[in-house]
Design a protein around this ligand. Structure first.
Ligand code: B12
Length: 216
């Protein structure tokens, strides 16, 4: 097995074990060896978190294990961010992103933000547990081309509805693209809640957004 494959295996295992320091060191080693940041993300870190979700579901892992795994992943993302983010060019557009009220999952959202920035968009991140009114105020203030609503629980995805309603009630729905996403969200659900778009992952979001803005 090549050292690169070993690094990916070790990254996967250490993400599952929530060993942030090791994950950061391995990420640095991978980058120093010239490995593609996207390979590190999609072939080790994300599969690691998926496995953590599976272990939680079967009752082997509990919330603390999920939390340390997410923290380990965030440590790696801090290293990858500068390489994925573009600098110094005129932004292609402005994107307001947030995790909806009642939900504190932010790893998937943060990954979307990194990829959007990497593609040349300016991202205004409202964080997690964002109430409807805060989305409205951010849209009034930043006049974005698009808004992204993220949610990871079947109990919080219904928050898309009042959030989109609040945006409409404030007269901000025209000329605004609304994307929804997160693990339990589907294209059908996105359509049902009145969003303009959905994407299963961060790269697809960039592609869909560019297509809808006529930039692709
Ligand atoms: C880490 C984690 C946590 C951490 C979150 C830490 C953090 N800072 O985010 C903590 C420990 C806090 C947590 C808490 C809980 N969690 Co949790 N968690 C997870 C876990 C393991 C990983 C989630 C993750 O980060 N995935 C990695 C990213 C990269 O995921 P991704 O889906 O590939 O992301 C892409 C897309 O979703 C998309 N995307 C994301 N956002 C957006 C937005 C837009 C606009 C678009 C277009 C696309 C898009 O692009 C992303 C990047 O490519 C999942 C398991 C899983 N398989 O999802 C459970 C999971 C989501 N959690 C679950 C549960 C039940 C909970 C708790 C209720 C547990 C409890 N009893 O307290 C609490 C709820 C807390 C709350 N109120 O939010 C369940 C949800 C079940 C359900 N269907 O509702 C899951 C599925 C685990 C399971 N299999 O049972 N959790």
């Amino acid at each position: 097995m090549s050292r690169e494959d070993e690094i990916l295996d070790e990254l996967y295992d250490n993400t599952i074990d929530g060993k942030r320091a090791e994950v950061v060191t391995l990420t640095k080693e991978a980058l120093a060896a010239g490995m593609d940041p996207l390979v590190i993300l999609f072939d080790a870190l994300i599969p690691g978190l998926e496995e953590v979700g599976r272990l939680f579901e079967e009752g082997t892992f509990f919330v603390p294990e999920m939390l340390v795994a997410a923290k380990a992943m965030q440590g790696a993302m801090d290293e990858l961010r500068p390489l994925l983010a573009q600098t110094g060019t005129e932004p292609l557009g402005v994107f307001v992103m947030g995790t909806v009220k009642g939900d504190i999952h932010d790893v998937g959202k943060n990954l979307c933000n990194i990829m959007l920035e990497g593609a040349g968009f300016q991202v205004i991140d409202l964080g997690v547990n964002v109430p409807e009114q805060q989305f409205v105020e951010a849209i009034q203030q930043h006049r974005p081309d698009a808004v992204g609503l993220s949610a990871f629980l079947t109990t919080t995805i219904p928050m898309f509805i009042p959030t989109i309603e609040a945006i409409s009630a404030a007269g901000l729905r025209d000329d605004l693209l609304i994307f929804v996403g997160g693990a339990p969200v589907t294209a059908e659900y996105a359509q049902q809640v009145g969003a303009d778009g959905y994407a299963p992952n961060a790269s697809a979001l960039v592609r869909e957004l560019k297509a809808k803005m006529g930039l692709a």
